[in-house]
Design a binder for this molecule. Sequence first.
Ligand code: NAG
Ligand code: NAG
Ligand code: NAG
Ligand code: NAG
Length: 527
Amino acid sequence: MFLKLVFMLFFLVTFVASEDSSFIYNGFQSSHLYLDGIAELTSDGLLRLTNDTGPDTAYAFYPNHIVFKNTSNASVSSFSTTFVFTIKSMYPSISGHGIVFVLSPTKGLPNSLPNQYFGLFNYSNIGNSSNHVFGVELDTRKNFEFDDINDNHVGIDINDLKSANSTPAGYYDDTGRFRNLSLTSGHPMQVWIEYDGVKKKIDVTLAPVSVGFSHKPTQPTLSLTKDLSPILNNRMYVGFSSSTGFIAASHYIHGWSFMVNGQSQNLEISDLPGERVFAEKKKSKFLTVRLPLILLSLVFIITLGVMYYIKLKKFDEVLEDWEHEYGPHRFKFKDLYSATKGFREKGILGVGGFGKVYKGVIPSSKLQVAVKRVSHESRQGIREFVSEIVSIGRLRHRNLVQLYGYCRRKSELLLVYDYMPNGSLDNYLFNQPKVRLNWSQRFRIIKGIASGVVYLHEEWEKVVIHRDIKASNVLLDSEFNSRLGDFGLSRLYDHGADPHTTHLAGTIGYLAPEHIRTEVRFLRQKM
Ligand SMILES: *[C@@H]1O[C@H](CO)[C@@H](O)[C@H](O)[C@H]1NC(C)=O
Ligand SMILES: *[C@@H]1O[C@H](CO)[C@@H](O)[C@H](O)[C@H]1NC(C)=O
Ligand SMILES: *[C@@H]1O[C@H](CO)[C@@H](O)[C@H](O)[C@H]1NC(C)=O
Ligand SMILES: *[C@@H]1O[C@H](CO)[C@@H](O)[C@H](O)[C@H]1NC(C)=O
């Protein structure tokens, strides 16, 4: 009992394994096809059924049988196949004879004749229903014996070479117009053969293969309604038969796929072995695959380059030779940009006559700073101005806002100050302030500013005249100590030099009255 089961299992496995229902050859390299007659595979994987000798026969069959029905009385299953072929001939108009796709009870058809017999039949068996041969012929000779319609036609043959139906070679294009094809043109063409086991209908479709591409027309070239059930045996071999006459032709198959009960797989047209057309398609592969890739990478590289350039431009600074001595006081624009998160509106601390002030944190040192952007159009005097800034940066007093340094860009000067958490004094004096300062705080603020002014005027190595001491320029640190800020309008004077040599600047009303007078007097003198 156990042995019997093992045997049955073994039988089942081998039985199933030997049942092929589909296959595909995109070229025939190492394909194990059964070849007979003069058929051979070329070194590049092309199936050459015949060459320029004749008369001769050639056969190429799939090595295993295919099951088309399970019992003799059952209906034949649907099947479909497609292949790409080329017929080349020295004398296209008289060469013969063509290619037949064939279903036959045997691998190859022994005792059959070449020439117009296509290697399918001989004188005695042609037309016999016992042949069980189904074929689709691509016939390049007009043979009166078999009632051929012309020397360039497609026919469906059943046990006979008098076709059950035939039509001139061609195809219906997308507009439904019939287009002639010349089978012996030397150009590759694709054939689709489909049998519908339910409708009992055979469709044969042709189309030219153009530069590595083929498109199956929706309307078949040739159809025949015929039940193949009585014609085909349960098991059949599928393949090609070809024959030549005295004036021979070369018949090639480039690729082939087949399936029972389903749609045969599409061939990779552009990968098929072959000559001219398939060589051209290699170029087209360059055009369709590589060139776009190259272009894409070029675009990518250019984009990267442009982005890098924009980034460079974005952080572009003006740095001249004479500035190198101020190195420690110079900030990188990139650092200020990231410190202020790109000078965003939310970070604005205040807006003055000379520009906006932004809050920022220097990324490397985590130092809280206030960055003032001042626009300067003229390059003249900038050297002197920067030198002033740097010397102001050397001022150290607990009642002055520390200037850390500067940065120059095209038409901008950026001044980096110590950040004052409690803002400017005017916020505590005007417009209904939230926090009211008491008198001792106010007094301390006034004393602080006075102390800062004394330092500027008397105690430092140079005389610094602020000229714009007002509530908005008095800043408050975290402990409400007052600090004099914004030296943007200040001018430096050497001790003892004439204070009248600079222009009037500052807010009228906050300048010392005598300072205005002396300045105005100076201007009058000049006129
Ligand atoms: C054609 O095929 C036959 C048989 O394979 C061979 O002997 C002959 O040399 C071939 N002729 C050419 C031109 O390739
Ligand atoms: C097949 O059909 C024939 C005629 O219809 C019948 O005589 C025969 O018994 C059938 N055979 C099978 C295996 O069904
Ligand atoms: C024709 O072919 C059949 C089938 O192969 C064979 O039995 C028969 O002997 C052949 N006849 C001749 C005359 O070759
Ligand atoms: C197409 O072929 C048919 C028959 O072979 C012929 O009558 C017809 O003129 C051809 N048409 C064209 C456009 O070549």
